[in-house]
Design a protein around this ligand. Structure first.
Ligand code: ACO
Length: 150
């Protein structure tokens, strides 16, 4: 079984994470843009109003700073007898915290969460340069990502 470093914790996102470095950690993935505390609160309220669908998790360090973020979105379908699919989204580990197996721990936990929620699979889109990381998380390449960009 895998553990987080001493003093680190995995838990659901809270509004207070705005001032604990949530957006700075997310910037590791891509540009976040202008999001003030009010916008942040609105989005967190929206997510928390649909707790069966949105599962936004953070890993905090021993100083309660957010060092890794990631989300699971549970999609309820009609196919396969109303099956559910877990979508893993927006994974980021703060640069100075990479290589400590935080990403691995986070993905394993999100996959476990998807299983507990009754999903028959968990899927994600990623850059080819991250394939090796996700393979180490027990995932395998499937399909091809397509987009129509606006
Ligand atoms: N390619 C191949 N192997 C990798 C990579 C990679 N890009 N990154 C990590 N690994 C390996 C590690 O060496 C380690 O291997 P080991 O067990 O043999 O020692 C294993 O994967 C686990 O690594 P972690 O320490 O858990 O990785 P980390 O905590 O640094 O997180 C992550 C990896 C999330 C990719 C991080 O580097 C990051 O935040 N990158 C920038 C943002 C990003 O690309 N996020 C993913 C976007 S895709 C999505 O959101 C669905």
């Amino acid at each position: 079984e895998q553990h987080l470093p001493q003093g680190y914790n995995l838990r659901p996102l809270e509004k207070e994470d705005f001032s604990r470095g949530y957006l700075q950690t997310l910037e590791t993935l891509t540009s976040v843009g202008d999001v003030d505390q009010e916008h942040f609160n609105d989005i967190v309220d929206y997510w928390k109003s649909q707790p069966k669908t949105y599962k936004n998790m953070v890993i905090t360090d021993y100083e309660s700073q957010v060092v890794a973020v990631g989300s699971l979105i549970v999609e309820t379908k009609l196919i396969h007898s109303c099956a559910k699919v877990g979508h893993i989204e927006d994974i980021a580990v703060r640069p100075d915290q990479q290589g400590k197996k935080l990403g691995l721990y986070l993905i394993r936990q999100l996959i476990e969460l998807a299983k507990e929620e009754g999903c028959y699979k968990a899927i994600l889109d990623c850059d080819p340069k991250n394939e090796g990381f996700y393979v180490k998380c027990g995932m395998s390449r499937a399909g091809l990502e397509m987009e129509y960009r606006f």
